[in-house]
Design a protein around this ligand. Structure first.
Ligand SMILES: Cc1cc2nc3c(=O)[nH]c(=O)nc-3n(C[C@H](O)[C@H](O)[C@H](O)COP(=O)(O)OP(=O)(O)OC[C@H]3O[C@@H](n4cnc5c(N)ncnc54)[C@H](O)[C@@H]3O)c2cc1C
Length: 279
């Protein structure tokens, strides 16, 4: 089966299709403690490659697992699936609109790469994940990442306007924030999600932790890919993200206070003119 799957992928994907043992071992770990060998790895070069991979995986009934930088800590990017590495080729900033404060990026764009691109324009993509010089926008969306300045910059979900995704059926969709009423009126997938949210709203609200990092259900019913089961989550191939307007915060200080066995350690970073790219 794997040989047929490999040949099918090879015949349609322009990018790399790697089913050899060395590649599978390389992709069997991420930043977590887990280790699971994938079925194989696809490294798409184009958006069509992502569509082709999803269609073939659907036909062969195998799970897929998108991957950015693989810095997830809970095993999100390892699994018995076809891993799709979005970071190697799909990593271009496609458009920046400073008037309307948005950018269109491919999912493999690294946060720091985007911010270096935006810096001369006086803008910033805020959520400052401490892995910002590795983490991709696709992975940040998958994890709803945020950083130590999340009170200022919020979480990734707060800055995503639209996502072009490929569903496990192979169908392309543009997802964006919408109210349940609008989703219900659109029918199809959106209506089904709205119904799920409506039917289970009480339970979802009761069980979700009341912390700043939880997912919103009120208005963002379809804008986060990791609310779907991991191996069947939509593949994000393009996204429109909201940018923070400059000038950027002028002073940042991080204060960590820790008490251990009666000893108190206190570290305060010096004020800096730019937000830290990593901590
Ligand atoms: C030392 C260290 C510090 C960290 N600090 C922070 C922190 O401050 N804040 C924080 O939030 N996290 C932190 N993390 C966790 C992690 O770095 C971040 O969540 C990061 O944003 C993940 O990005 P990534 O590109 O590595 O994603 P990955 O780990 O590759 O993927 C993350 C998830 O997104 C999915 N995914 C990836 N790309 C796509 C795509 N194109 N379409 C659909 N789904 C996709 C994956 O399947 C997976 O479920 C830290 C991790 C480490 C190791």
């Amino acid at each position: 089966m794997n040989e047929d799957l490999y040949q099918s992928l090879k015949s349609r994907v322009n990018g790399e299709v790697r089913f050899d043992r060395a590649s599978r071992l390389m992709y069997s770990t991420d930043a977590s403690i887990y280790e699971i060998e994938p079925i194989g790895v696809v490294i798409p070069r184009t958006h069509d490659d992502v569509f082709a991979t999803m269609e073939i995986a659907r036909d062969f009934k195998v799970p897929v697992l998108p991957r950015g930088a693989g810095t997830s800590l809970a095993g999100q990017t390892v699994g018995d699936a076809v891993v799709i590495d979005m970071s190697k080729y799909l990593n271009r900033v496609l458009e920046v609109n400073t008037e309307e404060r948005w950018a269109i990026v491919e999912p493999g764009v690294v946060q720091e790469q985007l911010n270096l691109h935006l810096r001369p324009m006086g803008f910033l993509f805020g959520p400052d994940t401490s892995t910002a010089n590795r983490a991709t926008l696709g992975g940040m969306m998958g994890n709803n990442s945020a950083g130590s300045h999340s009170i200022v910059y919020g979480k990734t979900i707060d800055h995503i306007l639209e996502m072009d995704v490929v569903l496990s059926s192979g169908e392309g969709r543009t997802l964006r924030e919408m109210k349940c009423e609008e989703a219900a009126a659109r029918g199809g997938l959106e209506a089904r999600i709205a119904e799920l949210v409506r039917d289970n709203r009480g339970e979802i609200e009761r069980r979700y932790p009341k912390i700043m990092r939880s997912f919103e259900t009120e208005s963002s019913i379809s804008s986060n890919s990791s609310s779907a089961p991991k191996a069947r989550s939509p593949q994000c191939i393009r996204q429109r993200s909201e940018l923070n307007r400059g000038p950027r915060q002028q002073h940042f200080a991080l204060c960590i206070s820790q008490t251990l066995s009666g000893l108190s350690a206190r570290a305060t970073s010096s004020c800096r003119s730019n937000p830290p790219q990593s901590s």
